[in-house]
Design a protein around this ligand. Structure first.
Ligand code: NAI
Ligand code: MG
Length: 367
């Protein structure tokens, strides 16, 4: 099959790391089997400079029609004072909203070669491979009322509201069970049903969804605070963790730091399955931002970006063997001691963005 990708490199190091992904895409195209057609657009500050919007309607339409969007990173000091609704992040927010990307996948994987570099004990993280699934379009970040009111007595009141409807919990639970089926078959659902009504409903709906066709998957419930503790104490007990927007934001950042540098962390955001085609809208991006402090210096680590394309192979195109190949190529490059600056220890020789990209291609060739 041929898959259509929209590449949105963005700003800062975005274009530099996207260049390395393009090499990987070309490598898979040359290999035969499934192929990828790419189109490219502007997002963030570069889109604002070109047409005064953080993403143009034309590129937005291309994103909606694509099989997957591969996104770099946006933002930078150059655009610090542009109007709020056209600031660089607005491009990403519009993509998430219009594509209804309600499921955010954040893997925490520890490549063996980097286990020693972690601040945690080696046995805790060596071989770690877990996936945090964060609900992305609901919960306390969006619930109404959301306001600051003046109480008139010198006091103000800040209000955010946590809201979850059954359908929102059901679709993220289904996504969790389906992802677990392609992995180790276990889902841990985290909420705070002891103090939150939305947590009680979350627990009920996840349990009911499990009974409805997913009983082959092991389901466990954990209070989110205890879950945070367990995540640091013994993360290998988990396979897929599914949780709401707020807890997911925090737990995925904690999990990220189990495994080291921002430059290593990919992510995916998925939408609902189309009833006719079975396809999901999807956007793949590194967790890190546009790193303006190192843009143009060749110091950017392209692995998070390349591994994000690997997630597209796995989760949008069901190319698990190809995704495994790419992971193996990354692991082999790291095993040879190749390090960009962000993952180097004192005394390590470092290589550039382009050299790391080329090394991963060489490892693909060698597989
Ligand atoms: P950042 O993630 O861009 O950088 C944080 C630190 O990590 C910096 O020291 C940077 O050099 C380093 N770093 C990040 N990615 C790296 C890579 N691939 N290789 C090597 N080192 C890497 O976060 P920061 O500095 O808070 O934000 C910079 C800009 O990025 C801001 O304009 C911010 O709004 C934007 N941003 C965009 C995101 C997105 O597009 N999804 C997400 C986060 C921030
Ligand atoms: Mg966060």
């Amino acid at each position: 099959a041929t898959h259509n990708l929209l590449l949105l490199p963005g700003d800062g190091i975005g274009p530099e790391i996207m260049t390395e992904v393009k090499k990987v895409i070309s490598w898979f195209n040359a290999r035969g089997g499934d192929t990828f057609e790419t189109d490219e657009g502007l997002a963030g500050g570069s889109a604002y400079d070109a047409h005064g919007q953080a993403i143009s309607d034309g590129d937005m339409a291309k994103a909606m029609a694509s099989d997957a969007v591969i996104f770099g990173a946006v933002g930078g000091p150059k655009w610090d004072s542009v109007p709020y609704d056209v600031r660089p992040e607005a491009g990403l927010l519009r993509l998430r909203k219009d594509m209804e990307l309600f499921a955010n996948l954040r893997p925490a994987i520890c490549y063996p070669a980097l286990a020693d570099a972690s601040s945690l004990k080696k046995e805790i993280i060596e071989g770690l491979d877990i996936l945090i699934l964060r609900e992305l379009t609901g919960g306390v970040y969006f619930g109404e009322p959301k306001e600051i009111t003046d109480l008139g007595n010198g006091q103000k009141r800040g209000v955010d509201t946590q809201v979850y409807d059954t359908y929102e919990i059901e679709r993220i639970a289904k996504a969790a069970f389906e992802l677990a089926r392609t992995r180790d078959g276990k889902v841990t659902s985290m909420e705070k049903r002891n103090v939150m009504k939305s947590g009680v409903l979350w627990n009920e709906v996840v349990t009911a969804t499990h009974k409805n066709g997913y009983e082959d998957i092991e389901l466990e419930h954990m209070l989110a605070d205890a879950g945070g503790m367990q995540l640091v104490r013994w993360p290998k007990q988990f396979d897929v963790i599914v949780t709401d927007n707020l807890f997911g934001d925090m737990l995925s950042d904690v999990a990220a730091m189990l495994t080291g540098s921002l430059g290593m962390l990919p992510s995916a955001s998925l939408g609902a399955q189309d009833a006719k085609t079975g396809k999901r809208k999807a956007l793949y991006e590194p967790v890190h931002g546009s790193a303006p402090d190192i843009a143009g210096t060749g110091a950017a680590n392209p692995i998070a970006m390349i591994a994000s394309f690997g997630m597209a192979l796995r989760y949008s195109f069901e190319l698990a063997a190809e995704a495994d190949m790419l992971d193996k190529a990354i692991a082999n490059a790291l095993d040879k001691g190749l390090r960009t600056k962000d993952i180097a220890l004192d005394g390590d020789k470092t290589i550039t963005t382009v050299e790391m990209g080329n090394a991963i291609i060489a490892e693909l060739d060698a597989l």
